[in-house]
Write a protein that binds this ligand. Structure first.
Ligand code: ADP
Ligand code: MG
Length: 324
C-alpha cells in the first residue's frame, strides 16, 4: 500500500453536505467556511509514542485520544468544532493498525461533527499531530471565546467531571500501585479515551469568566489562569478529593496528589462569579457534564490548599513539564 492509497483508504471521506467544508482531502489546500459572524478558533496538539501514550495502547483508542486532546482545547475556549487536519508519521503502512486507528479517530470526529479535511503522511517513528479548527461567535466585533485571563477576585473555582483517574491508571501501568480490577478498568478508560468537554465549554460562554482545559494537572493549568488573570486561588481539599472517581481505592494523600497534579485529565477548570451559580448549574445540566465547585479566586498570587476549617495544608504538587 502506497502513501496515496493509504490516505484514500483510511483518511478520505466526502465533505458533509451543508457543513463548513467546501473542499476536503485530496487537493493542495482544504477550504473551510465558518458561519457568518464567527471567528476561527485554532489549536494543535502532538502525540509522541512513549511520551504521550504507551506503545501498548489499542490503535482505536489512540485515534480517539489524538482527536480528543485537541477537541479539549476547543472546549476550553467555548468553541464549536468544525474540522481538523492530521499529520502522521508511521513506521509502516500496516492495515491492522490503520483500520482501527482511523475508525476510533473518525468515530469521535463524527460525534462532534468535526471533519477531517487534510494532513500529511510520512514514514518515521510513530507521531501524530492534529490541528483543529472551531468557531466562536462574535458580538460587536469581540469574540465570546473563553480565555485564561478573565478570572476575578471573589469568583468561584470549578472543575468538570473527574480528575486524577488517568494518573492512577498510569501508576498501575508503571507497577507503582495496585488497585481492584474494576477501579483500574474505569481509570484506564479515562486515560485512553478521555471525553472532551465540548458541550460544557459552549454552554459556559457568557457565564464563565476564565477557563482552561486540564492536560498537565489541575494546579499547572489553573496556574495559567491565575497568572494570566493576575490573581490567586484557594482550593478546598475535601471538595478536590470528591472529584477523583477512584477515591475509595487510595489514601487521601495520594488521591489529593493525583487530583492536583495527575495530568491527562482533559477536564475543564473555570471560574465564574458567585451570582452565576445557577447559570453554571444550568450549563452543567444542559451539557450533561458534572461540575464541582472546589474553591475560589483570591487576590494573593499562587494557589493554596485548605481543610474544612479553612486551615492551610502544605503541598508541593507541580504541573508536568516536558523539559523539567
Ligand atoms: P502536498 O504534497 O500538497 O502537501 P500530499 O500529497 O502530502 O499533499 O497529500 C495529498 C492530500 O492528502 C492533501 O489534500 C492532504 O491534505 C491529504 N492528506 C495527507 N495525509 C493525510 C492524512 N493523514 N489525513 C488526511 N488527509 C491527508
Ligand atoms: Mg501541494
Amino acid at each position: 500500500m502506497g502513501e496515496f492509497d493509504l490516505i484514500a483508504r483510511y483518511f478520505t471521506r466526502p465533505p458533509r453536505p451543508g457543513g463548513p467544508t467546501l473542499l476536503g482531502v485530496g487537493d493542495d489546500c482544504a477550504l473551510v467556511q465558518p458561519s457568518p459572524g464567527h471567528a476561527l478558533a485554532i489549536s494543535s496538539d502532538m502525540l509522541v509514542e512513549g511520551r504521550h501514550f504507551l506503545s501498548t495502547v489499542a490503535p482505536d483508542r489512540l485515534g480517539h485520544k489524538a482527536l480528543a486532546v485537541n477537541l479539549s482545547d476547543l472546549a476550553a475556549c467555548g468553541a464549536t468544532p468544525l474540522a481538523f487536519t492530521l499529520a502522521l508519521a508511521l513506521p509502516r503502512a500496516d492495515p491492522q493498525w490503520l483500520e482501527p486507528f482511523s475508525r476510533g479517530l473518525l468515530a469521535l470526529a463524527d460525534a462532534h461533527g468535526c471533519e477531517l479535511i487534510g494532513g500529511d503522511t510520512t514514514q518515521g517513528p510513530l507521531n501524530l499531530c492534529i490541528t483543529v479548527f472551531g468557531e466562536v461567535p462574535l458580538q460587536q466585533g469581540r469574540s465570546l471565546a473563553l480565555l485564561r485571563s478573565g478570572a476575578r477576585v471573589g469568583d468561584d473555582l470549578y472543575v468538570s467531571g473527574h480528575l486524577g483517574d488517568a494518573r492512577l491508571a498510569l501508576e498501575v501501568f508503571r507497577g507503582q500501585l495496585s488497585v481492584p480490577a474494576a477501579v483500574f478498568d474505569a481509570a484506564r478508560a479515562r486515560m485512553e479515551t478521555p471525553t472532551p468537554r465540548v458541550a460544557l465549554g459552549q454552554a459556559l460562554r457568557g457565564v464563565a469568566t476564565a477557563a482552561a482545559d486540564i492536560s498537565d494537572g489541575l494546579v499547572g493549568d489553573l496556574g495559567h489562569i491565575l497568572r494570566r488573570s493576575g490573581v490567586g486561588a484557594c482550593i478546598e481539599a475535601e471538595a478536590a478529593l470528591s472529584v477523583i472517581a477512584a477515591r475509595d481505592a487510595l489514601d487521601a494523600e495520594q488521591a489529593l496528589g493525583f487530583v492536583l497534579a495527575g495530568g491527562d485529565d482533559y477536564e475543564l477548570v473555570f471560574t465564574a462569579p458567585p451570582d452565576a451559580r445557577a447559570a453554571v448549574q444550568a450549563a452543567s445540566a444542559h451539557s450533561q457534564t458534572p461540575v464541582t465547585r472546589i474553591g475560589r479566586i483570591e487576590a494573593d498570587a499562587g494557589w493554596r490548599l485548605v481543610d474544612a476549617q479553612g486551615r492551610a495544608l502544605q503541598r508541593q504538587d507541580q504541573a508536568f513539564d516536558h523539559f523539567k
